[in-house]
Write a protein that binds this ligand. Structure first.
Ligand SMILES: [Zn+2]
Length: 537
């Protein structure tokens, strides 16, 4: 392993149209050698300072744009190979989308699509309302949210939001040939896959327009296959955040699917409008709490302002009705975090809608002012990347549960900045976040299952733990290092002195560092789709 320790690279490869950057932990001359043993470049980096997040003496080396080929890095006799290809990340983006297929609930995962990971349909039974057990509905479908088998509306909505915007902005990165059941139907598979979640989301709407917060059992299942998890599931009470996020997502879907399926587009818009009507009739935010006796994921939030903001933007984009613009303006002026793209804060999703789909239609507040604020806030992401020895856009004290999310969110912010301004420094810093996910990090590890020479092997993911197959289900990204909220038992094992970027265990029980989640795959799809599209074809 020593030969790998001084060079940290993107194990998924590099693109011939973009600068090749690696992280270097050694001392002395670094040589870049081509496949005919010719030394192409010699770098003599100055001694690197200690990187606060990792404790490593490390710096980013930039070899510039290189032609397609195989290369060797060499330092004091230690070598590591890297490859530069025209389109290295198309298969990676495909695998990340296909990873969501493996999360499908309520249908057979057939061998022809799922290979060795095939299993029979799970969670097929109708579900009762938690508060009214006599009310029973068939609510099958959707994706298992994460390592568990629950299905949650808010996290599902933001996941679909990432996918739909990835397709809208970077359509050339998506094909209709991912080998999922709908492949070949003339609709890009990213939209086919998102539709599987959207159809389920529509079932999660109550007759008055509100959306149930989640569909789960009252406790997490043990590590068994999903088809063996047969305890009853419940419709857990409606919430403001779930309703607003679903309304936003469905309004967006109504636009995206209009050219593919007018009937579905209409149903999505109608559901979104009914969700908004419920929100207007229920203006006072009530935070979601697990009812007594329910111990599955909480996904609680302190406000629904960001979800309402996203919904108002999307409904304005879908209908052109001025009252939605006014609502969005008010919510924006109340304060939104425009660089947040996760389930807990979707302010960035509303901003994305304003900047790329509404543009001038959004008028001065939601376009000119919002754009100026957004661009100014993205400077922080760039600053964090520049301050890190690995180029990682995260401050040392923010290695939270699911640290991959703020890192990918910062990549999205910098990509959007680049799309607006053309600033190459933003693009290149975003690219370092993509490299982080695949091994240019303090752990020398690709956080995506099945991708890279050294990748996660024991994710906190029930099917991967229960299927008897050594290799985990492929195409799933884990949350990564977490020093802010580790399990006490892991804090005890890892110790207070271990740097945050190394606070990680590739072990199945470590939900705190090694769980997968649909809403971590989806921002990674967004980032990968952008870089795939701009890499040389
Ligand atoms: Zn299931």
């Amino acid at each position: 392993m020593n030969d790998l320790s001084v060079f940290r690279i993107n194990q998924a490869g590099y693109a011939s149209g973009l600068p090749v950057c690696i992280a270097f932990l050694g001392e002395g001359t670094v040589r870049l050698i081509d496949c005919s043993d010719t030394i192409l470049m010699e770098l003599n980096p100055s001694a690197a300072p200690v990187d606060q997040a990792s404790g490593d003496r490390v710096s980013v080396l930039n070899f510039g744009v290189l032609p397609e080929g195989c290369y060797t890095l060499e330092n004091n006799g230690i070598t590591r190979k890297l490859s530069v290809l025209k389109k290295p990340w198309q298969p990676v983006v495909d695998m990340l989308v296909k990873g969501l297929y493996f999360q499908r609930c309520g249908c057979d995962l057939k061998k022809e699509f799922a290979g060795i990971y095939a299993h029979p349909a799970c969670h097929k039974a109708p579900a009762a309302e938690w508060e009214n057990r006599k009310s029973v509905r068939l609510v099958t479908g959707g994706w298992h949210d994460a390592g568990d088998y629950g299905k949650y509306v808010g996290p599902g909505a933001v996941t679909v939001g990432h996918l739909l915007y990835a397709w809208k902005l970077f359509p050339d990165s998506f094909s209709d040939s991912l080998n999922i059941p709908e492949s070949g139907n003339g609709i890009p598979d990213i939209l086919n896959e998102a539709r599987y979640e959207l159809d389920w989301m529509l079932k999660m709407q109550r007759s008055d327009g509100a959306f149930y917060h989640k569909l789960t059992k009252d406790h997490f299942a043990p590590f068994i296959m999903p088809q063996d998890d047969t305890d009853p599931e419940y419709l857990i009470p409606v919430s403001h955040c779930a309703t607003a996020a679903a309304a936003a997502c469905l309004a967006l879907a109504s636009r995206v699917y209009a050219d593919f399926d007018a009937d579905f587009s209409g149903r999505a818009l109608s559901a979104a409008l009914r969700g908004w009507t419920w929100l207007e009739a229920n203006p006072d935010f009530i935070p979601f709490r697990n009812p007594e006796g329910v111990r599955t994921g909480w996904y609680g939030e302190r406000t629904d302002s960001d979800d309402r903001f996203w919904a108002a933007c999307e409904l304005f984009a879908a209908t052109g009705e001025i009252n939605f613009r006014k609502a969005a303006e008010e919510l924006y002026q109340g304060g939104q975090s425009l660089t947040q793209f996760g389930w807990a804060d979707v302010g960035g999703m509303g901003g994305l809608c304003c900047l790329f789909d509404l543009r001038e239609k959004a008028d001065s507040i939601l376009y000119s002012r919002l754009k100026s604020e957004f661009l100014s806030r993205t400077e922080e992401a760039l600053r964090l990347s520049a301050a890190s020895g690995y180029g990682t856009s995260l401050s040392p004290d923010h290695y939270v549960w699911g640290s991959i999310l703020p890192i990918m969110a910062n990549a999205i912010s910098m990509i959007l900045n680049y799309l607006i301004t053309g600033r190459v420094d933003m693009r290149d810093a975003a690219l370092l976040q993509w490299h982080y996910a695949f091994g240019m990090n303090a752990l020398n590890l690709s956080f995506v299952t099945g991708i890279g020479e050294i990748s996660v092997m024991h994710p906190h993911h029930r099917p991967s733990g229960a299927d008897g197959i050594d290799a985990p289900v492929p195409g799933l990204i884990v949350g990564g290092p977490n020093k802010c909220f580790p399990y006490p038992v892991h804090r005890e094992r890892l110790g207070e002195n271990l740097p945050p970027a190394k606070y990680y265990l590739d072990e199945l029980p470590s939900a705190d560092t090694n769980e997968i989640a649909i809403y971590w795959n989806s921002p990674t799809v967004f980032v990968g789709a952008f870089f795939n599209m701009i890499s040389h074809s």
